[in-house]
Design a protein around this ligand. Structure first.
Ligand code: FES
Length: 177
């Protein structure tokens, strides 16, 4: 009888686990509330962690799509015979660039603002070089390095890929320090 009274007196009317956990003196019940409180906390932490990492997950997902958008179409390869070139813009509309289909069948692309005073550089087919007519600057077609005239730095290299017969610009590389 006394035990019953004792238990009743120490049982809270509240449904809150935390209130029952604090007021409870019975070890069995204490264990039950402890376990329940722990599970609730763990579930809450999992949800909080999931929500906290959501922006990162979305960004990763968007990043996967952005990879494709880095591919900028330049020209159909069939429209660019060996020994010819075409101008395009990459990576932005303000960055003028030149794609050359060499006589040996390679594709070479560079931003074509001369590294001396920014005049546009052209493909000179006969000698297979890149020529800046402003002050007679010459660049090596194979690697964009200056080979004659005032320019001291190489042209930024643009990496290209051919997918289903279409040439895409996919990346740009500065190679000087
Ligand atoms: S701007 Fe090209 S050589 Fe001067």
């Amino acid at each position: 009888m006394n035990d019953k009274k004792y238990t009743k007196r120490n049982q809270s009317n509240s449904n809150s686990d935390m209130v029952n956990l604090v007021n409870n003196l019975d070890q069995k019940t204490d264990l039950k509330y402890n376990r329940r409180a722990f599970l609730k906390t763990a579930a809450g932490a999992s949800v909080a962690l999931g929500v906290a990492t959501l922006p990162l997950s979305v960004r990763t997902l968007v990043g996967a799509f952005e990879d494709d958008s880095d591919h900028v179409e330049i020209v159909k390869l069939s429209e660019l015979p060996k020994g010819s070139s075409v101008k395009f813009n990459y990576p932005t509309e303000e960055d003028s660039a030149l794609l050359v289909h060499t006589k040996s069948g390679e594709l070479k692309a560079y931003n074509n603002a001369c590294t001396h005073l920014m005049c546009p550089v052209f493909y000179e087919e006969k000698e297979e070089v890149l020529l800046c007519p402003c002050h007679k600057g010459y660049f090596d077609l194979n690697n964009g390095q200056p080979i004659a005239g005032p320019p001291q730095r190489e042209l930024p290299l643009i990496e290209v890929e051919v997918i289903n017969g279409v040439v895409y610009a996919v990346d740009r590389k500065y190679r000087h320090g």
